[in-house]
Design a protein around this ligand. Structure first.
Ligand code: HEM
Length: 252
């Protein structure tokens, strides 16, 4: 059954955030199950390498082994915790568990991103790759910080949107590896050039697609007569009305 009800999205007031997604819950479930499968497969593949503490196992990453290990543990914690956070049933039935998993996600991001910064500054693949991963790390930290600030201010819808952005950046781990084995990109440039391009592609494109999905309904719905043009203050745009979560029911 659709969670997007007429009551939650009044006519003339385009839905925001997750309510704006042009997919029903069944499609979201399919996307979630596919993501779980890919994350488990790729983390297990990386684990079989980086949980074995030897030069043979780490290969060229051995010189950065401590950072790679910390980064892999932090990244895996964030990926696992983030997946659970998208369960609406868990959020509704066990809000305390949701909060604890959220804190675990923050710890995973903090550990994963700090180690990623260190790895960026020591990038085996050269400085262009280091710049690309440094920026990606900063976007990951920035989106996660926005999600944290939003929930501290009880902006539920904004929190969910920023969590989606943060998690999509974490999923660069998946997108990067999928693109790296694609034969379409195999012959492009040197290894360093190819990997640097893949880093940029692995989060910018998914983040843009996420933004389109999040803003979908706002963009395709004609502006209602009672919606305030930019720069004006009416009841709909006043600080008081903004106090309610985005996408919540606004009286017409
Ligand atoms: C989202 C932000 C992320 C950034 C900025 C980032 C950055 C980096 C950097 C700079 C390296 C070193 C690459 C090199 O010098 O060749 C690296 C390697 C690695 N990262 Fe991440 N990473 C991120 C997310 C993740 C996540 C979520 C995981 C999940 C486990 C992960 C797992 C790994 C692994 C296993 C390596 C070792 C090299 C490899 O097997 O490809 N990373 N990452």
């Amino acid at each position: 059954m659709s969670t997007r009800t007429a009551a939650a999205v009044p006519r003339g007031h385009p839905a925001a955030g997750l309510d704006s997604l042009p997919f029903g819950p069944a499609w979201r479930r399919v996307a979630w199950v596919c993501t779980v499968g890919l994350v488990l497969m790729l983390v297990a593949q990386a684990a079989s390498r980086y949980l074995v503490w030897s030069e043979a196992s780490y290969g060229p990453m051995w010189i950065n082994r401590t950072w790679v290990f910390a980064h892999f543990i932090g990244g895996s914690i964030a990926l696992a915790a983030g997946l659970l956070q998208f369960s609406a049933a868990l959020r509704r039935r066990h809000p305390a568990v949701h909060r604890w998993i959220g804190r675990t996600y923050l710890v995973g991001v903090a550990l994963g991103a700090c180690a990623a910064y260190a790895l960026s500054l020591r990038a085996v693949l050269g400085w262009p790759f280091g710049v690309a991963t440094f920026v990606m790390s900063s976007v990951w930290v920035g989106a996660t910080a926005m999600a944290f600030v939003a929930i501290r201010n009880r902006r539920i819808a904004a929190h969910r949107e920023w969590m989606m952005r943060s998690y999509v950046v974490a999923l660069a781990f998946v997108f990067f590896r999928l693109m790296a084995v694609s034969p379409l990109l195999a012959g492009l440039g040197s290894k360093s050039e190819r990997m640097t391009a893949l880093i940029w592609l692995s989060w910018t494109v998914p983040l843009f697609v996420t933004e389109v999905l999040l803003q979908w309904r706002r963009g395709i719905t004609p502006r209602a007569d009672d919606e305030a043009p930019a720069g004006t203050t009416t009841a709909a745009a006043s600080p008081t009305s903004m106090a309610q979560p985005l996408g919540a029911s606004v009286p017409t």
